[in-house]
Design a protein around this ligand. Structure first.
Ligand SMILES: [Zn+2]
Ligand SMILES: [Zn+2]
Length: 923
């Protein structure tokens, strides 16, 4: 065996080496299963990070969860594909490059569109790979040869195809609409990109004179500058206060424009004066009212939110300056009635925090609620239907409810953005007849007037339009590729709540629309989980929504608070394996993670423990090999299967026990990972590897190794190797390193990541061995504790007396050597009478044990100990009694939980009685 593991565990040394090896050897690239090949597949799309991105704790959590699930499936023999890539991130990237230009004293408008885009590509070439490099370093087991970028030629072709098809089906249209306009970013932004902040603002009440009378109508507004674009006043038809004004008009103050009084439900008689101003170009509700009444739309602002020529003498002023001037002028004309404090939710641009201006402009939309020309369900209906039908499930389940609420109230999706970086809209406008032609490729001439002066639409598509297509486009859609046949629908999506609507919902709409009728290769589908789903148009089968990573005090990490933890820093300090394990151990579905580096330090100690255990095993094995008592061939000839521990030969209690525990834990890990309970899975492996294999099994097997027992050597190596495979998805680096060493550098596979994941073999589970071992462990721990209390020196061995039934006595006799060695005992004697009353004793349900030690015990301390013990037991019993007396609990709790509780109740009662008796004897 090449047992040259360095003395000290140094994660950085081994992690770099393996991360490079995995990529260089291309270990995670998967061949597409051949048609009809009955091979289970597992597919997962990496939520593509922005090309401008840097790894943060959220990514680290997300990628750890994905990598665990992916490695687990790969080791179980699934054709596993984890598709990596980056998103071109329209606004974010454009802003990044614009900032860079600003430093050079340049701007994009001077450069022109083409030169600017070239510059962005150059930027991307230089810096855009950074986040994927970080992923490589973390050892994410993605399929690197399949890496995509959302602006790649083939993905851009998919975007054009999707746009043109939706247009042909009448689901894409161009129209005037109120959009959220960011005057800083100078583009329309979606509702989702607007953050609303409660702000203390003002409500202004303004008088509008009724034409041809001395009367006034008072209206209220929070944005008085928009009144310059008013085209009506609305009152409610049922509002008696205004019945006499039906059909009349008012004079718009400051502009002296006559505008009608209309009857519309926009005006609520219960609210304020019951009259409202109508500004169709600057308010979404007014826009709709304007359409109902065929009102003029007067836009009074330019794209930077400065007043334009429609604003009369206010033209050229910024919107907030204009507000002050408008108020001054109204005050002067005695038209400003009142200014009241008013709490309002101000919409700000999520990206630059500029106050958003609702503004009518010409944009492109997807009509998500409309029936396509060829008939059938709307995109939204289809997307709701598949989730209702269980074709897609959400984990945690309650996110399905959130999804439905949003999907059932969804509005048309504004997909155009006034940016330069992105997929340019495949539409051309004829400068002669103004016809708009939507086409896959640039048309040579106008389809209407045959003119040749065509200009491509200057807008680009919302980034989410292209990422909404990714599950298909990254596999070659619109072509019918072998990858789509084998791998679509993808199995799982792991993502954050914040992009549930931006991305998850859009992928479902796009996938279910464009992939209608798609059938995954039947052989593969039948071999894959989950079964019984019929509709293969869905982009994924399950959506797992991961938690937020907060700081140790459960505060959200933010730059302003200065509590942001950079995962790279944590990794430098503790290693990737320990960082991953920290996240996995806290990743309970639906619970936020309070990340505390102290825990990471604990898991680094775990890695250290494994390292030292392996070194100990190797040291012994090396000696045995030199002595010729054992050789690696003994181990290597063991059959390689995923069932239990092949080749393990159970000779003794500790053998039967570790074999049983290994199999039981394999089952627990399987169940936990199948339900995405990463925390349970990692706790199970952790406890097995450290608490059972290192702390007990190795200790118990030592004398047999010293005695040169062949089976003991084989067993300890087999168990170590199995435990490494079990831990591998969680801690891929250290397990890879030790695993190669186990095989003397000549492992049966290139990587532990390609070895079989341990599955439970129920024939190797032994409840008897587990029970017996538990008694043995209890006894050893009890003796150690008593010795500590009696302050017996470590060097001094003590005799013990044990009172137990025959079965236990036999077991203890068989294992007396282990007791003597591990509990510093010299001589074990069985006694007929209970030892509960004796000093220096401990009792359990199966035995009483007494450490025979002359030194007087401290009566007061012993009394205190017993009192504490009694108190604890009474509390536990009271809890158990309460639960078992609760009808509701009994009705709901699983039978095994109730049985377990009853059993523990009985046991506790026995121990409690004994403790009370002992206390009574001390008095
Ligand atoms: Zn902005
Ligand atoms: Zn034309």
């Amino acid at each position: 065996m090449a047992h040259d593991l360095p003395k000290a565990y140094d994660p950085s040394a081994i992690e770099h080496r393996w991360a490079e090896y995995w990529v260089k050897e291309n270990l995670f690239a998967i061949d597409t299963p051949k048609p009809g090949e009955s091979k289970p597949v597992f597919t997962l799309l990496l939520p593509p990070p922005n090309v401008t991105g840097r790894l943060h704790m959220g990514h680290m959590l997300n990628q750890t969860e994905m990598d665990i699930i992916v490695r687990w499936h790969r080791m179980r023999g699934f054709a596993t594909m984890w598709l990596p890539g980056t998103d071109h991130a329209g606004i974010a990237t454009q802003m990044m490059v614009e900032r860079q230009l600003a430093k050079e004293g340049k701007n994009r408008r001077d450069m022109g569109r083409e030169a600017f885009i070239e510059r962005v590509w150059a930027w991307r070439k230089e810096y855009g790979g950074a986040i994927l490099d970080q992923m490589r370093r973390l050892g994410a087991s993605v399929d690197w040869p399949r890496e995509f970028f959302t602006m790649d030629d083939n993905l851009s072709r998919a975007v054009r195809e999707a746009f043109v098809r939706l247009h042909e089906e009448g689901l894409i249209y161009r129209g005037k609409y109120i959009v959220n306009w960011c005057p800083r970013c100078q583009t329309a932004i979606s509702d989702l990109e607007v953050v609303h902040e409660e702000t203390q603002g003002k409500l202004y009440e303004i008088r509008y004179p009724v034409s041809g009378s001395g009367e006034f109508i008072v209206v209220a507004t929070t944005r008085p500058e928009t009144m310059l674009g008013d085209t009506a006043i609305a009152v409610n038809a049922n509002d008696d206060r205004y019945k006499h004004l039906h059909g009349k008009s008012v004079i718009l103050p400051l502009m002296n424009r006559e505008i009608p009084i209309i009857l519309d439900e926009l005006a609520n008689p219960e609210f304020g004066t019951g009259a409202v101003k109508v500004t169709p170009s600057h308010d979404p509700n007014d826009f709709q009212a304007g359409l109902r009444h065929n009102l003029r739309q007067i836009d009074v602002m330019d794209d930077r939110a400065r007043m334009n020529e429609n604003a009369g003498k206010y033209a050229g002023l910024d919107r907030f300056e204009a507000r002050e001037r408008v108020l001054d002028d109204l005050r002067e004309q005695n038209l400003l009635v009142a200014i009241k404090d008013h709490v309002l939710a101000i919409g700000k641009c999520d990206r630059c925090k500029t106050i958003v201006e609702p503004k009518a402009s010409t944009q492109w939309f997807v009509a998500v609620n409309k029936t396509p020309k060829g008939g059938g369900k709307s995109m939204a209906q289809r997307a709701i239907h598949v989730v209702e039908n269980g074709e897609i499930d959400f984990v945690p389940e309650n996110y399905a409810k959130t999804y439905f609420e949003w999907m059932r109230n969804i509005h048309d999706w504004c997909i155009s953005r006034q940016l330069w970086w992105g997929h340019r809209i495949p539409a051309w406008h004829c400068t002669e007849c103004r016809e708009t032609i939507v086409a896959r490729e640039a048309p040579a001439q106008c389809t209407k007037c045959q003119g040749s002066r065509l200009e491509q639409d200057t807008d680009v598509l919302d980034t989410w339009f292209s990422s909404g297509l990714l599950p298909m486009s990254a596999m070659g859609w619109p072509d019918k590729t072998p990858d789509l046949a084998a791998f679509y629908p993808t199995t799982l999506l792991i993502t954050g709540f914040d992009i549930l609507f931006f991305w998850v919902a859009r992928m479902i709409m796009m996938g279910c629309h464009f992939m209608q009728g798609h059938q995954q290769d039947a052989a593969i589908k039948n071999a894959s989980e989950p079964a019984g789903r019929k509709d293969d148009s869905v982009p994924f089968r399950s959506v797992y929504i991961h938690s937020l990573v907060r700081d140790a005090e459960r505060q959200k990490m933010s730059k302003t608070k200065g509590n942001v933890l950079d995962p790279i820093d944590v990794i430098k300090q503790y290693g990737t394996d320990a960082t991953r394990f920290t996240l996995a151990s806290m990743a309970a579905p639906g619970t936020d993670i309070a990340f505390n580096p102290d825990r990471t330090e604990g898991y680094r100690a775990f890695a250290n423990k494994i390292w030292n255990a392996a070194r100990f095993v190797f040291m012994n094995v090396d000696q045995a090999q030199q002595a010729g008592t054992w050789s690696l061939a003994e181990f290597a000839k063991a059959p390689h299967t995923d069932k239990g521990l092949p080749g393990f030969s159970a000779q003794t209690l500790e053998d039967r026990w570790i074999l049983s525990r290994f199999n039981r834990v394999a089952g627990e890990v399987h169940d936990a990972l199948a339900g995405y309970r990463f925390h349970e899975a990692s706790h199970a492996v952790y406890h097995f590897f450290w608490g059972e294999f290192c702390d007990w099994y190795i200790e118990l097997v030592k004398p047999r190794l010293l005695a040169g027992e062949k089976a003991a050597f084989s067993n300890v190596v087999i168990a170590l190797e199995g435990a490494l495979r079990m831990l591998s998805p969680f801690m891929p680096f250290i397990t890879e390193e030790i695993w190669h060493a186990v095989y003397d550098g000549k492992p049966p596979k290139q990587s532990i990541a390609l070895a079989a994941y341990p599955q439970q073999d129920s024939s190797q589970v032994s409840p008897e061995a587990e029970t017996e071992m538990a008694i043995l462990q209890d006894l050893i721990v009890a003796v150690r504790n008593v010795r500590a209390e009696l302050k017996v020196e470590t060097k001094q061995k003590t005799p013990i007396e044990v009172h137990a039934d025959e079965q236990v006595r036999t077991m203890l006799t068989t294992n007396h050597a282990a007791i003597e060695r591990l509990a510093n005992v010299e001589g074990m004697q069985f006694v007929a009478e209970s030892l509960a009353k004796a000093s220096g004793s401990r009792t359990s349900t199966r035995f009483d044990v007494r450490v025979v030690y002359e030194k007087k015990i401290d009566l007061a301390a012993e009394r205190e100990r017993l009192n504490k013990e009694i108190e604890r037991l009474e509390k536990e019993l009271a809890n158990a009694n309460r639960q078992l007396g609760n009808e509701g609990f009994l009705a709901k709790a699983p039978a095994q939980v109730v049985d377990g509780l009853r059993k523990r109740q009985g046991e506790n009662q026995v121990v409690l009685d004994k403790a009370r008796e002992a206390l009574a004897n001390l008095k």
